[in-house]
Design a binder for this molecule. Structure first.
Ligand code: ADP
Length: 250
């Protein structure tokens, strides 16, 4: 279990509504530097919404979200700056089809962060090596499997040097035999001290990677556990017990 480092992400009294539907009423949570938090909970409980709010993709109706003390709010002028510190990987990889793997990865660091193309490409190749894809750098996305594309999407996020990585069901659209290769990459990343907030339905993975589990239901933090093994074997709340009964994991 990791020691408690400084707080990197702070969510204070978050209120998030879509029209008249309230997803979060008064939600507070903190993520420490180097920590891996896995968010689980039934469909519709607010997992994706939470990640989208943290990434400044959603206006919020109350409270505040701070990354390293800086406000994340899509209405602020500074949002582009703050968002560069946040890496997000979605279920769909969203790679540009007409650009190579290397071009896809280098695009934002060069254009948005104004870094040297040569330096970025060197880093991209090093990162591709780490995920076992160095030999695919000149391929186009259509030449890659789903699992390979998702590994490229992870590298693309890492190449921006984010302070926190948000992963939203990144294996949900993959064929079963490709899930492992993507999860292995994320497990390796966790060992390097990368701060991550992960939404997943892969319970064995959640148990293996999490420093803490945040179990959400109806936008409420029903159970927060810093002992994932205990959470999966003996959840304390009735709602988590019922939820976990619908999964088989081993
Ligand atoms: P989860 O990721 O846990 O399945 P979501 O965060 O996607 O849940 O959704 C939380 C709630 O907010 C759900 O009731 C969903 O229907 C609603 N919701 C999500 N996105 C929107 C949107 N763009 N407009 C209106 N309602 C939304």
């Amino acid at each position: 279990m990791m020691e408690q480092n400084e707080v990197l992400l702070e969510i204070r009294h978050l209120k998030k509504e879509y029209n008249s539907h309230t997803v979060f009423r008064d939600f507070s949570f903190q993520v420490h530097k180097g920590e891996v938090v896995v968010i689980i909970g039934p469909s519709g409980c607010g997992k994706s919404t939470l990640l989208r709010c943290i990434n400044g993709l959603e206006p919020i109706q109350g409270g505040e979200i701070l990354l390293d003390g800086k406000r994340v709010d899509p209405r602020d002028k500074s949002i582009t700056q703050v968002r560069q510190k946040i890496g997000m990987v979605f279920q769909s990889y969203d790679l540009f089809p007409h650009k190579t793997v290397l071009e896809n990865i280098a695009l934002a660091p060069v254009i948005v962060q104004k870094r040297q193309k040569g330096e970025v490409q060197e880093e991209a190749v090093r990162l591709l090596e780490r995920v076992g894809l160095a030999d695919r750098k000149n391929d186009f996305p259509r030449q890659l499997s789903g699992g390979q594309k998702q590994r490229v999407a992870i590298v693309r996020a890492l190449c921006m040097h984010p302070e926190i990585l948000l992963l939203d069901e990144i294996t949900a659209a993959l064929d079963p035999e490709m899930v492992r290769e993507v999860l292995d990459v994320v497990l390796k990343l966790a060992k390097t001290g990368c701060t991550m907030l992960i939404v997943t339905h892969e319970m064995a993975f959640a148990r293996a990677i999490a420093d803490r589990i945040l179990f959400l239901d109806n936008g409420e933090p029903v159970e927060i556990s810093s002992d994932p093994r205990q959470f999966f074997e003996q959840p304390q709340s009735r709602r988590a017990q019922l939820f976990l009964q619908t999964f088989t994991y081993g």
